[in-house]
Design a binder for this molecule. Structure first.
Ligand code: OXD
Ligand code: MN
Length: 580
């Protein structure tokens, strides 16, 4: 197979010359192609068949033990001007980056197959969708891209019609972390990634294209590419709202996107549009509308149980690729938080021994089609996307951030998003549990200078007929003994209920220096039985802690110097003054 698109033909030929594969395979996305790839990987031991009676069409992949998470320190934004990448990114000069990484690509596919993977991010007929082509030597990547994107012939046809696509070159190389780089060239709409087979580093449609390259593209074209879930909620009055939520990796986007209402909240309905990435546009109706550019979920497995997320638990019982989970004696996948079974083999393939740490890697993942989600909704395929009523920003904060507060207007909302922070998780290599600023949950994913990104966010005021209301939430507050104060999961709907009532203009809130907070009477807490002392801590403003917090936010924002939008600095000053 080949293509009528000369640029694509040329690029594949050049890449083959550089990487010297034994075969070239143009992916169609067909079932036969998938079956052949699965067979090949089973033969090579790159996939392990799980119990087909209880987990039909489920397979386990074990990645190299040094290759289990995103590598932010090896991820670069290569713009001509260093300042355009900003203090939020590692930067390398494009010419230097190409030379460095091309030297590693030279001959790296000898004896391997080069797969050409055309894909579309977003519903195939959506004017907001964008296409790309990933060249990879990893059949695991092909199988995952087939689930995570609209991959194959249809995407190729769109590319041939439009003539444009993002170029992503990937090789697992020799998996040596010293020869691992994830390079982005936003001005060329291209990506080069070598030395890792892990999701975020290797499935180039996801973080590399749909966030880093797309955020850059979005700025020049007047839209937003965000690290956000998109959820549809209908309350017992029959009012429907779509909410987008930006939370850092492994902070519960998948759980909130697939939330199941608690039994004590009858009449509520919730459906998933997305659980990791949202592309937001000003729609023809003047509202901010969101599409999910992805077609599947690449979610964190540990903690998934009928109690925490029954939808996800059911969804991953068939047609799922597991990466780095443990296995039971019955050959079923196992992870910490799974309520049945006992692990006998750990994620590395060794006999399980508690002394060696968790059985499943804390960042072990499932890859599944979004259609397997019991809360799937056909609106995920809607070319115009869904209208967004509210945006939630949130992180993992043991202290300081209350359960929920509302920004008083868009400018304040942008300031709240810019200043947000969260404890780091196992989704990226490095220390876990350290509080860091993670503006709009985009610290690892914004393909350009955050100062310009904040200005871009601010620019939506006036462009959108009805701007979403902005809230900050924190499901992760702990008491002094380290116990979570809020039950989370399905009960987060209680907070969403208040958010919707605020959007409808009927719920009460009181003004504080940081924004509008509910009193406990303003929240639907029926059947929850939370002690008053917990509610008090969750909804109280710790002024001393906030004085320290606002100073830290100020120091962080000043890292952006003169490039920081004056309107954001002014908004910061307003909040600081209000705190006294
Ligand atoms: C992810 C991440 O995989 O954010 O979604 O790391
Ligand atoms: Mn993510």
């Amino acid at each position: 197979m080949t293509t009528t698109n000369a640029a694509l033909r040329e690029w594949v030929a050049q890449t083959a010359k550089l990487t010297q594969p034994e075969h070239i395979h143009w992916c169609t996305g067909s079932d036969t192609e998938r079956d052949e790839l699965v067979e090949l990987m089973l033969q090579r031991g790159d996939l392990i068949e799980l119990n087909q009676a209880t987990f039909p069409n489920c397979y386990l992949h074990r990645s190299h033990p040094s290759d289990v998470a995103r590598v932010e320190h090896l991820t670069f934004i290569c713009t001509k001007n260093k300042a355009d990448a900003g203090p939020n990114n590692n930067w390398m000069d494009p010419a230097e980056a190409h030379a460095k990484i091309d030297a590693l690509f030279a001959g790296c596919m000898k004896g391997r197959t080069l797969y050409v993977v055309p894909y579309c991010m977003g519903p195939i007929t959506s004017p907001y969708a964008r296409c790309g082509v990933e060249i990879t030597d990893s059949p695991y990547v092909v199988l995952n891209m087939r689930i995570m994107t609209r991959m194959g012939t249809q995407a190729l046809h769109r590319i041939e019609k439009e003539g444009t696509f993002v170029k992503g070159l990937h090789s697992v190389g020799d998996l040596n972390p010293d020869r691992r780089f994830i390079m982005h060239f936003p001005e060329e709409l291209s990506i080069k990634s070598i030395g890792s087979g892990y999701g975020g580093n290797a499935l180039l449609g996801k973080k590399c294209h749909a966030l880093r390259i797309a955020s850059y593209q979005a700025r020049t074209e007047g839209w937003l590419a965000e690290h956000m879930l998109i959820v549809g909620v209908e309350n017992p009055r029959g009012e429907v709202h779509y909410i987008a939520g930006a939370f850092p990796s492994a902070c519960g986007k998948t759980n909130l996107g697939m939330l199941i209402p608690p039994d004590t909240m009858p009449g509520w309905k919730v459906w998933t549009i997305g659980e990791d990435i949202a592309w937001l546009h000003v729609g023809s109706d003047g509202r901010l509308r969101a599409i999910n550019p992805e077609a599947g979920f690449f979610g964190v497995v540990p903690g998934t149980s009928p109690k925490t997320n029954r939808n996800a638990y059911e969804m991953i019982h068939h047609d799922t690729i597991y990466t780095n989970v443990a296995v039971t004696a019955d050959n079923e996948p196992w992870w910490e938080g799974r309520t049945s079974g006992t692990p006998v083999t750990d994620w590395k393939g060794n006999p399980y021994d508690k002394a060696n740490g968790p059985a499943a890697h804390p960042n072990s993942r499932f890859t599944v089609s979004a259609k397997q989600n019991p809360a799937y909704n056909h609106l995920m395929e809607h070319p115009e996307g869904v209208p967004i009523s509210a945006i939630l920003f949130g992180g993992r904060r043991r202290e300081v951030a209350p359960l929920v507060y509302e920004a008083r207007d868009w400018k304040h909302g942008v300031m709240v998003g810019a200043g947000m922070a969260s404890e780091t998780t196992a989704a990226a290599v490095g220390a876990v549990g350290v509080v860091r600023r993670d503006s709009m949950a985009m610290k690892p994913f914004c393909g350009y200078n955050f100062a310009d990104y904040f200005a871009h966010w601010l620019s939506f005021e006036g462009k959108v007929k009805q701007l979403p209301k902005v809230f900050h939430v924190n499901w992760f507050r702990q008491d002094k003994d380290g116990k979570f104060l809020w039950p989370g999961f399905g009960d987060n709907l209680r907070v969403i209920s208040w958010v919707i009532d605020r959007c409808e203009g009927r719920a009460k809130a009181h003004e504080t220096p940081i924004g509008l907070l509910p009193h406990k009477e303003d929240l639907d807490l029926k059947g929850l039985n939370l002690p008053d002392s917990s509610l008090h801590q969750l909804l109280d403003l710790d002024l001393a802690a906030w004085h320290a917090e606002i100073d830290q936010i100020g120091q962080y924002l000043e890292e952006y110097g003169d490039r920081l939008p004056a309107a954001l600095r002014a908004e910061y000053q307003r909040v600081k003054k209000a705190l006294g």
